[in-house]
Design a protein. Structure first.
Ligand code: GMT
Length: 377
């Protein structure tokens, strides 16, 4: 098949999933065309059967807000025709599903059809899509897609609840990991060597947006550190980074909190982690938690949204009510003080991630969806 993929190419779970999916599809013999405003961050420079089409938004002094969604629609239309694409798979509804619908309509006028598949990732439904400015267009664009997928059962239910999309057939296809890459044994423990073999490593990876509650991460760590010699490694960047740094200073733990900034290849870091912290209050899936589990790092988070479909409380990590910093810290302390229990949980985390979320089985679900979506010839 010839597949067009559109996503946010910068840092973020939806862009990571879309890019990994495109790479996996190309490895399986499909031709993949990324149509985005920048090279997706997880895309290496060259891969067989993978192409990149940059969306250029024309600048004009009149445009205080350059119309990216229109430029994207035009580029989609062009690539479908020039490359003979079979389908467009867009990740994150706003504005990608809208642009794809425009491109589809333009093609229809020319006597040509294109299948549009929209994958909902999270804040496109839970935050942005429910903002009054975007609600109606999000609902419209979802309903106009030929197929819709959501990355968790939670997100599917939230889509139906928030948009009343009762006629929409939302298929749940979860996110995935490549078990060869997200594998503790496959990486040199360079980070562990740097931090000191005698200290446990707690890790957090995110875009440091308010939903991620990075201050809770620092507070959980401060409690764990009182009982267990440990460091906290913070990977990523975003609006709450400075307040997290301030919180570390306020709690007197700043010398044991390391802010590494944005790093795209996280598997080698996760392979050194003893615990992963993701105490977000709204999470449709939690890709970084899955990546941590696959690397054998038990994950600790709040009992909300799709994260409950990824982390198994007491088996591969711990889930506590939102704000229960002490509950997560006490769980972490007990686990880190009990090496036998930690090893069992680490092994269970890696095994469960492989059993339920391996790239091979999930990419096959997308392929099956594509086959079912294409018009019968
Ligand atoms: O984090 C966001 O604001 C949006 C989005 C993204 O583009 O990275 O993240 C969502 O998609 C990820 C990949 O499917 C999920 O793992 C995240 O849970 C989800 N974020 C939220 O629901 C907050």
């Amino acid at each position: 098949m010839k597949i067009g993929i559109t996503c946010y190419p910068t840092y973020g779970g939806s862009g990571a999933v879309a890019t990994e999916l495109g790479i996996a599809l190309a490895e399986r013999g499909h031709e993949v065309h990324f149509i985005t405003y920048q090279l997706p961050f997880r895309l290496p420079v060259f891969l067989p059967r993978v192409y990149f089409h940059e969306v250029d938004v024309g600048r004009y002094p009149l445009f205080q807000y350059p119309p990216y969604d229109l430029a994207l629609a035009v580029r989609m239309h062009e690539v479908v025709i020039n490359e003979g694409l079979d389908l467009l798979h867009v990740h994150y509804a706003i504005p990608h599903a809208t642009s794809a619908w425009i491109a589809k309509e333009m093609l229809r006028k020319e006597g040509r059809d294109i299948t549009v598949i929209t994958t909902l990732h999270g804040t496109d439904i839970t935050i942005v899509g429910q903002d009054h400015s975007f609600h109606a267009i999000t609902k419209f664009s979802i309903e106009k897609s030929d197929r819709i997928t959501a990355v968790s059962q939670f997100l599917k239910e939230e889509t139906v609840r928030a948009f009343g999309c009762t006629a929409c057939d939302v298929e749940v296809i979860p996110n995935f990991v490549d078990p060869a890459v997200y594998n503790r044994a496959a990486h040199e423990p360079a980070l562990r060597k740097q931090m000191g073999e005698d200290k446990k490593i707690l890790m957090h990876i995110s875009n440091f947006r308010p939903v991620k509650r990075v201050l809770d991460v620092v507070r959980i760590f401060a409690k764990v550190r009182q009982e267990v010699p440990s460091v906290l490694v913070m990977v990523g960047d975003g609006p709450d980074r400075l307040s997290a740094e301030e919180e570390a200073r306020a709690l007197g733990v700043q010398h044991d909190v390391h802010f590494l900034g944005r790093i795209d290849a996280v598997a080698p870091l996760l392979a050194s982690a003893d615990l992963f912290l993701l105490p977000t209050d709204r999470e449709s899936f939690g890709l970084s938690a899955l990546e941590a589990l696959a690397c054998g790092a038990p994950a600790l988070g709040y009992d909300v949204g799709g994260i409950t479909e990824v982390v198994k409380d007491g088996v591969t990590g711990a889930l506590r009510p939102v704000g229960d910093i002490d509950g997560l810290a006490q769980f972490g302390i007990a686990l880190l003080k009990d090496p036998k229990r930690w090893s069992a949980m680490s092994a269970a985390a890696a095994a469960d991630a492989r059993a339920r979320f391996s790239s091979g089985q999930i990419v096959a679900q997308y392929e099956s969806l594509y086959m079912r979506s294409l018009p019968k010839r």
